[in-house]
Each structure stands twice: as C-alpha cells, then as structure tokens.
Ligand binder design. Structure first.
Ligand code: FES
Length: 126
C-alpha cells in the first residue's frame, strides 16, 4: 500500500483555501516545536457561521493536506461545529495518515482552536 492516500496527495498537490483573509475576525497560529512546522488559519465569521477560511502552512506535505482538508470541513459550518473538529476527523477525511505523520493533523485541529479562541477574545460568541 502507498504511504499516502490519494486524498492526501490530492490535497497536498492542490491545496484548497490557501492564502490570507485580510478582514478575518479570527486568526490562529500554531507550531510544532519538534519539526518546526507552522500553520496559520484565518476565519471570517458572520452570524456564527464560518463564511470563509484560508490558511498558510509552512510545513510538510501532510500538514498542508491536513490544513486543506480541515478548511473544507469547517467552511460554511457553525462555529460550534468547528469547535468540535478533531485531528481524527481530519485524518479520516484524508483516508488516513502514517502514524509518524499524525501530529501534522493535530496542528490543523490546534490552528482552528487557536483561531476560535481569538474570535472569542474579540467578543465573538461560540
Ligand atoms: Fe511536522 Fe508534518 S512533520 S507538521
């Protein structure tokens, strides 16, 4: 079996929602001290719904694929649902990641959590 699923390769080669949202009202950045990879998420939240989401990831292919899939999973969803997104759900949506790459999907979960924390600190309701 190939090390990476078709979905991982697809999201790595053609990542969805890459970039910056200039007027984002929730921004979160996290990093992994061991590998040095960094992930930043921008959310535009209106009426409790994630209207738009973009990311910048300076990291490995699995981190890029995880960020891309995570953005797809929360776009158009209520913030309360995005709060519950786990790295397990991201990994499953990608049809799996090798065990030594699971931490890359954790970054995606943490980046979204950090952005939602930022939203809350700005007075947003979750
Ligand atoms: Fe660190 Fe992938 S190797 S995020």
């Amino acid at each position: 079996m190939a090390l990476y699923s078709e979905k991982v390769m697809d999201h790595f080669r053609n990542p969805r929602n890459v970039g910056v949202i200039e007027d984002a009202n929730a921004v979160g950045q996290v990093g992994n001290a061991k590998c040095g990879d960094i992930m930043k998420m921008y959310l535009k939240i209106e009426d409790g719904i994630i209207q738009d989401v973009k990311f910048e990831t300076f990291g490995c292919g699995s981190a890029i694929a995880s960020s891309s899939m995570a953005t797809e999973l929360i776009k158009g969803k209520p913030v309360s649902e995005a709060m519950k997104l786990t790295n397990k759900a991201v990994t499953e949506a990608l049809d799996g990641l090798p065990a030594h790459k699971l931490h890359c999907s954790v970054l995606a979960e943490e980046a979204i959590q950090a952005a939602l924390e930022d939203y809350r600190s700005r007075g947003g309701e979750i």
